[in-house]
Design a protein. Structure first.
Length: 123
């Protein structure tokens, strides 16, 4: 059974407080599911809100970007991880072993840590 994303984790991924998410729920901007006394968010709903906030977000891109894993592609040695981090699509290439150890799956929250200060694109 899918556990869903707890409200505190969702707040952290969105860079807002839990109280803000409760307000957004009252205003119809976000839809939580109730599981007992807990509010949980479907991973797809968190991804939607992250995408919708894209251009309205006041925060700037930093070296650590919370987001949601959108796709995981593994082959024999390598893995490609696609994430939605606010308005940004982040793609990480790592060893398959590392992806397996992290147990990365679509819909999970994660943090992309960007260490490089240079991006080179060639043709």
């Amino acid at each position: 059974m899918d556990e869903g994303i707890r409200i505190g984790i969702a707040a952290q991924a969105l860079g807002v407080s839990v109280d803000t998410l409760r307000r957004w729920e009252r205003d119809g901007r976000i839809a939580f599911e109730r599981r007992g006394n807990r509010r949980v968010l479907a991973p797809e709903e968190l991804a939607r809100v992250l995408r919708d906030r894209g251009t309205n977000s006041r925060s700037s891109a930093r070296n650590r970007m919370a987001g949601v894993v959108v796709d995981v592609r593994r082959d024999g040695v390598m893995a490609q991880i696609d994430m939605a981090c606010g308005p940004y699509r982040i793609v990480s290439l790592m060893s398959r072993e590392a992806a397996d150890e992290l147990d990365l799956k679509p819909g999970q929250t994660a943090t992309a840590v960007v260490k490089s200060t240079i991006v080179v694109i060639e043709r």
